[in-house]
Design a protein around this ligand. Structure first.
Ligand code: GLN
Length: 503
């Protein structure tokens, strides 16, 4: 049985109908992980621990205590701390770090929550800084559609693991696009929820006012199932929203309006002109346009809208995120935990050497930028200005939402690029984030769904952006798309060849 091709609902049924046990299913995915090690999707896998959890899940199920997701395996981005697997954030700084507790997301999905079984920790850009996974201290996770190409970042390992069928589902985090962009590059579905929906407790901090966790899976429905488990108030995170659960799947299968002649009749899709400006690859544009036509055939209408400050989202983000990062990363000082240099004369040399040796180049670059923009004399010119523009960017979205229900456009200007192609020019890499950063600055929910494949055989993602707390509607819209197209079901060709025609 090709278990990796099944949805969470199908896997749940198979477990409950005793067609397969959690131990068998977990072993199946562990085997696939070891068969595809060249993809470098995982940073820590511990067979015994996983199988132990699976045994406990089977035990719950046999006693009738299991829930819908009990016994189904899941992989966590290495930015979530875990008590039993290493939590490195793909940094040499935390190379052997074991956390004394589990992150809230891990806890909620684990045996004491939804009952899912942890397969291990997935590769990422160091401290979630990057757009290609090439900033990992442990090497890039490779795109399963073509191993010479990047997987996207920073949640590249999670995207690869889902796309290559090494896990039914994975978690990710998105500070400026890190769920949506790798999802787009690897042909899977990913959701960054409204800021504050999912607790950041136990998420290794990058830029706290932007970081948000979310699911990465094979479909919008699978992602909704996971959001139902991980969203919710947590007193241990001061930015966690205290509100009633949204019911992420509450609108699945329903039509958009009472006029149900077509499923998405009267859905108003705003198409921001700035997302289709120069720099957008022709193939990506063509795929997005044909997805929009498909939505029109389901009853939606497309309305031109404008987000005038889109260009400024890059300088604003690359001031604010490094500013927050420089503060968050000051805790890695070689004293409390993490890497400590071997040779040093005194305390200040110990700090200096530990941080110089422990952090990679991109992390150091951002600490330097962040420290600079926060320093006296520059704060007003950079940090404060950026905060003001952040507010205008958020207001521009509200103006757009006064005329439409959701926004749609590309996730990224192009498909995945070759490993090494952009890694020498950080600014070129930052420009890749043009369509994703503004939603984090505004705290809005956004998702990526597969909508095409390039001539070169690489996936293309459509981005949907909603207003605050509109995730149930976004999932409903994405599900109508995925029920009537098969982009999300396409498999990486190269992987098929690599394992003898069987993915
Ligand atoms: N590419 C962006 C950055 O490098 C976003 C990363 C993220 O969302 N974690 O900061």
């Amino acid at each position: 049985m090709n278990w990796h091709e099944l949805s969470l609902t199908e896997l749940s049924k198979a477990i409950r109908d005793k067609v397969v046990s959690s131990v068998e299913l977990s072993q199946y995915f562990l085997d696939r992980i070891s068969q595809h090690q060249h993809l470098n999707a995982f940073l820590d896998v511990q067979q015994e621990r996983t199988l132990n959890q699976a045994k406990q899940a089977d035990d719950f199920i046999s006693k009738g205590r299991g829930g819908f997701l009990t016994g189904i395996p899941v992989a966590h981005k290495d930015v979530f701390v875990t008590q039993h697997w290493k939590s490195t954030a793909a940094s040499k700084m935390l190379e052997n770090y074991i956390s004394p507790y589990d992150a809230r997301v891990v806890e909620r999905l684990g045996l004491n929550g939804a009952g899912m079984v942890c397969l291990g920790k997935t590769n990422m850009d160091e401290f979630a800084m990057g757009s290609s996974n090439e900033n990992s201290a442990f090497g890039p996770a490779l795109n399963p559609w073509n191993n010479q190409y990047v997987s996207g970042g920073s949640s590249g390992g999670s995207a690869v693991a889902v796309a290559a069928g090494l896990t039914p589902m994975a978690t990710g985090t998105d500070t400026g696009g890190s769920i949506r962009q790798p999802a787009s590059f690897c042909g899977i579905t990913g959701i960054k929820p409204t800021y504050g929906s999912v607790s950041r407790y136990g998420m290794i901090a990058y830029a706290s006012s932007l970081d948000q966790a979310g699911p990465m899976g094979k479909s919008a429905k699978d992602c909704g199932l996971i959001l139902n488990e991980i969203a919710g108030h947590d007193a241990r995170d001061s930015t966690s929203l205290n509100q009633a659960p949204l019911g992420y799947l509450s609108r699945i299968g329903k039509n958009w309006s009472d006029d149900d002649s077509l499923p998405l009749k009267s859905l108003k899709i705003g198409v921001p002109s700035e997302f289709f400006a120069d720099g957008l690859q022709a193939e990506v544009r063509a795929s997005i346009e044909s997805a929009l036509k498909h939505f029109e055939s389901l009853g939606a209408v497309c309305i031109p809208v404008t987000l005038p400050k889109t260009q400024l989202s890059i300088p604003v983000y690359y001031v604010l995120a490094p500013a927050e990062a420089s503060s968050n990363l000051s805790r890695y000082d070689g004293v409390r935990y993490g890497y400590r240099a071997k040779d040093y004369k005194d305390l200040s040399q110990m700090y200096e050497r530990s941080r110089s040796e422990g952090f990679g180049a991109e992390v150091k670059r951002r600490i330097l930028i962040g420290t600079y923009v926060l320093s006296q004399g520059y704060y007003d010119a950079y940090y404060l200005q950026a905060q003001k523009i952040r507010r205008i960017i958020a207001q521009d979205f509200q103006t757009a939402f006064s005329t439409c229900d959701v926004l749609m456009g590309p996730v990224a200007p192009n498909v995945a690029w070759k490993v090494g192609e952009k890694s020498t020019d950080p600014v070129e890499m930052y420009l890749e984030d043009i369509y994703t950063l503004s939603t984090n600055l505004a705290g809005l929910p956004a998702m990526s769904i597969p909508c095409g494949v390039s001539q070169s055989g690489l996936p293309i993602g459509l981005q949907m952006i909603g207003n605050y707390f509109s995730e149930p509607g976004m999932i409903q819209i994405a599900d109508h798309f995925q029920s009537t197209t098969n982009w999300h079901q396409l498999k990486p060709q190269s992987l098929e060849q690599a394992v003898g025609g069987k993915v």
